[in-house]
Design a protein around this ligand. Structure first.
Ligand code: HEM
Length: 510
């Protein structure tokens, strides 16, 4: 080897040559990406020509139109200006088409497009790929396996369990209330619905709501609900590695750990109970199994049992979906009744004439409270616990008015905007239970708190039972009044919340 080959100038020259090549390659890659980005946006503009929307920033989309926690209100403004549908640019070339017309939504719910991957994948580290996130044949297999957990025979005895949990909450309220101080009810209702779900679906009698300390699972779900929702909206948090290094990403990881510890404990406990011969005998005698037992005894089509990962995903999915949605529903219904004393009193009279003052409620009673059911539905219209759901078009779609969208576009079924759409519901902001009177007519897809089609809510009947039990028993014990200084402000999350909690004055009835 000659000396000159090792000389520092030659060496440095070599490095700078490499750097130049690397620089050129990066520049080419950048140019290529920029061209790709530009062409994709052009393609989107062309594809969306028939769908006007307010002007947006090329990088930040409509971010500046959507002030924090004003999302629901902003979508309502757009719905007035742009009939049926409106594109919402999230950032760059990422967008979703908001749909709030029942005819449009009917078309989408009649198809079998998968859940929108870009959005739903962000929930997966928390609830895994259970029924809510699965697609295709695996979803179908799990749905068929779990449907019997919501059979009439199973749901019937749950009414007494739910009533017991509600009474527990009301006992607590009796001790907590004082004349002048309102009570923030959302936290209490969440504990109660968790308690009731754990007993019904998971055979767990630990009575979550009577612990003195705040329940870590409930706190974790509150955090995860907020963190997941804000990640969906943040361009810089889409990449998993970058997100995991951010402070929100670290909080998310910590909250997932707490949530998983809770569900793992529930599975472990049931598995250990099933070691007992007597418990096994009880199961064998049952014609139908509760939710967790179905999962533990499930045999897949090839004869294998459910993997631990799949089992955990279903438990995480149901634990979250089964309590947070009903907690939101019940809290908003109680608020709506507090704000409308005449309807509240009419419901109370109906429940009193049905149950007397005994407050022992059964399955048979649930179909005999028509006015209360109308009031519940009207509150679910104004405050739908799941404000929107999304799909990714697997095929092009043409809507009844002839406008069409290509394959690959994400559509968001904006349930909140549909329920507040003045073309569908005249005077939409008015609480008017008569909209749900038996002889009233409406579009089949104008009221969708539980979504619709094949991917509707599997827990709909369970949920409606719980809402009725909770409302009926609460009205027998308390008069509800709003706190005028803290009117709840609905904010969009995965499950709808009130920004400032739900504060009510409760007056014990004689
Ligand atoms: C008021 C209470 C409830 C409301 C408003 C509600 C609403 C919904 C909605 C809108 C969907 C569709 C989600 C989507 O398309 O992404 C859904 C799906 C689902 N819900 Fe509910 N839900 C409630 C209660 C429950 C309960 C009590 C359970 C379980 C015990 C439950 C379990 C599920 C599951 C597993 C799915 C996914 C179903 C599938 O894709 O096959 N929900 N729910």
């Amino acid at each position: 080897m000659s000396i000159s080959a090792l000389s520092p100038t030659r060496f440095l020259g070599g490095i700078s040559g490499l750097l130049q090549v690397a620089f050129l390659l990066s520049l080419l890659l950048l140019l290529f990406k920029a061209a790709q980005f530009y062409l994709h946006r052009q393609w989107l503009f062309k594809a969306l020509q028939q769908f006007p929307c307010p002007p947006s920033h090329w990088l930040f989309g409509h971010k500046y139109q959507f002030q924090e926690d004003q999302e629901l209100q902003q979508v309502l403004k757009w719905a007035k200006e742009f009939p049926s549908a409106c594109p919402r640019w999230l950032w760059g070339s990422r967008l979703t088409i908001l749909l709030y017309d029942p005819d449009y939504i009917k078309v989408i719910l009649g198809r079998s497009d998968p859940k929108a991957h870009g959005t739903y994948r962000l929930i997966s580290p928390w609830i895994g790929y259970g029924l809510l996130l699965l697609n295709g044949p695996t979803w179908f297999q799990h749905r068929r396996m779990l449907t019997p957990a919501f059979h009439y025979d199973i749901l019937k005895p749950y009414v007494a369990v739910m009533a017991d949990s509600v009474q527990g909450m009301l006992d607590k309220w009796e001790q907590l209330i004082s004349e002048d101080t309102p009570l923030e009810i959302f936290q209490h209702v969440s504990l109660m619905t968790l308690d009731s779900l754990m007993k019904c679906a998971f055979n767990d009698q630990s009575c979550a709501q009577f612990n003195r300390k705040p329940h870590p699972y409930i706190q974790a779900v509150g955090d995860l609900n907020y963190l997941t929702f804000s990640r969906i909206r943040n361009v810089f948090h889409q990449n998993d590695t970058i997100y995991s290094l951010s402070s929100n990403g670290r909080l998310f990881k910590q909250a997932c750990k707490i949530a998983h510890e809770h569900t793992d404990q529930v599975i472990k406990q049931r598995k250990s109970q099933l070691q007992d011969e007597r418990e096994l005998e009880k199961i064998k005698r049952k014609r139908r199994l509760d939710f967790l037992d179905i999962l533990l005894f499930a045999r897949m089509e090839d004869g294998s049992s459910l993997s631990n990962k799949d089992l955990r995903a279903e438990v995480d999915t149901f634990m979250f979906e089964g309590h947070d949605t009903t907690a939101s529903g019940i809290s908003w219904i109680l608020y709506a009744l507090a704000a409308h004393p005449k309807h509240q009193q009419k419901c109370r009279e109906e429940v009193q004439s049905l149950l007397g003052n005994e407050a022992s409620i059964t399955w048979e009673h649930l179909d005999q409270m028509p006015y209360t059911t109308m009031c519940i539905k009207e509150a679910l219209r104004l405050y739908p616990p799941v404000p929107s759901v999304s799909r990714e078009l697997s095929e092009p779609v043409t809507f009844p008015d002839g406008r069409s969208l290509p394959k690959g576009i994400t559509v968001s079924l904006a349930i909140y905007a549909l329920h507040h759409n003045p073309k569908v519901w005249p005077n939409p902001e008015v609480y008017d239970p008569s909209r749900f009177a038996l002889d009233s007519t409406r579009h089949s897809h104008s009221f969708l708190p539980f979504s619709g089609g094949s991917r509707n809510c599997i827990g709909k009947q369970f949920a409606m039972n719980e809402l009725k039990v909770a409302v009926a028993l609460t009205l027998l014990r308390f008069e509800l009044l709003p706190d005028p200084s803290r009117i709840p402000l609905p904010v969009s999350r995965i499950v709808m919340k009130s920004k400032n909690g739900i504060h009510l004055h409760l007056r014990k009835l004689p």
